[in-house]
Write a protein that binds this ligand. Structure first.
Ligand code: HEC
Length: 312
């Protein structure tokens, strides 16, 4: 023990001296490995010859973020994150189509939820339609039907949850319905249900009550104006889906979730506790620039991205 401790005393200054004089060999990935990591993370492909030969691959982040390979990969990632499974038809994957549009045009990420657009079929092609009455993809006909749910009075609990999940990242697992369970609005006020359905900031029944109501099913499905009147939600009086989504997008949870999504895309995991300062820089960059690109660039231009041990 004593000998070990003594030799450590000698070793420690030697190690720090070695780090100080030869940084790239120990701490930093070589430039070619950095180029590979960057290219795979952003585009899913190996780097081209120019990137591989670049003495500072991270200087190419902005160029990579303009490329179609990145935009395609990121839009698919977002779609997988915002939906539990792929849609039955492409038009149902509204988040994928609008993400491509938002990223290609370098629009603020909030346009995903608040932009004057809808995702719709035009001559059988999935299109981004300019629509003064649009709400990002959240009023797209196929998406509304996909998430209309089956609640007996047409209360769109499924839509309510999807809006909350896609804007803030909140993740809930719906209760398992067993025969005899009272799933009506009255039943959902029971202690086992009210936590998610009435009592929390994300109270699904209150959120759903400001949305339109589903009438009918399948091809006959249509939506009627809400009748419950404005609700107290998120510290505000909220009357409709637009006010709801606006309040969600203006919340700190939204900015936080943008960087969560960016982290998930770049690293395939959530941020670690020790990455708090980097996460904060990501949120700051998003707050000033408003684009998803700003968040992703913060993470991939950071020195830590091309350091040993930064891969999970
Ligand atoms: C942990 C949170 C949570 C709890 C507790 C919970 N639910 Fe839910 N509930 C959800 C979520 C999330 C959804 C939306 C699921 C979806 O469609 O994506 C949902 C949806 C529903 C729906 C609508 C289904 C549809 O297809 O439209 C009913 C009805 C429902 N819950 C009843 C209940 C009842 C009854 C209880 C108590 C026994 C309960 N829930 C407890 C989270 C919860």
């Amino acid at each position: 023990m004593h000998r070990l401790a003594a030799s450590l005393v000698v070793l420690v200054p030697l190690i720090s001296l070695a780090q100080a004089t030869t940084p790239p060999a120990t701490a930093t990935l070589g430039t070619s490995r950095c180029a590979v990591k960057l290219s795979v993370a952003l585009t899913g492909r190996s780097p081209d010859a120019a990137l591989l030969a670049n003495p500072n691959p991270q200087a190419q982040v902005d160029a990579l973020l303009q490329g179609t390979a990145f935009i395609e990969r990121f839009s698919r990632f977002v779609n997988a994150r915002f939906n539990d499974e792929p849609g039955a038809a492409s038009v149902e994957d509204a988040a994928y189509h609008l993400a491509k549009h938002v990223m290609t045009n370098r629009l603020p990420w909030s346009d995903m939820f608040l932009g004057a657009t809808r995702v719709d079929l035009v001559n059988n092609n999935v299109s981004i339609v300019t629509d003064a009455n649009g709400l990002g993809y959240l009023r797209s006909p196929a998406w509304l039907k996909r998430y209309a749910g089956n609640e007996e009075q047409g209360v769109k609990l499924s839509t309510a949850y999807r809006i909350l999940n896609n804007t803030t990242g909140i993740s809930l697992t719906a209760a398992v319905v067993v025969p005899g369970l009272d799933v009506s609005a009255a039943g959902r006020r029971n202690a086992a249900c009210a936590g998610c359905h009435y009592d929390s900031w994300f109270a699904l029944d209150k959120v759903a009550s400001v949305l339109t109501k589903r009438v009918g099913t399948g091809d006959a499905m249509r939506f009627e104006a809400p009748t419950a009147g404005p609700q107290q939600l998120l510290g505000k009086t909220i009357a409709d889906d637009k006010a709801l989504v606006t309040a969600l997008v203006n919340s700190p949870d939204f900015e936080f979730n943008v960087c969560r999504v960016a982290f998930g895309f770049v690293h395939g995991r959530n941020e670690l506790a020790c990455e708090g300062p980097l996460f904060d820089r990501c949120v700051d960059a998003f707050r000033t620039q408003r684009t998803m690109q700003a968040a992703i660039a913060t993470l991939t231009k950071d020195a830590s991205f091309c350091r040993e041990g930064s891969t999970p």
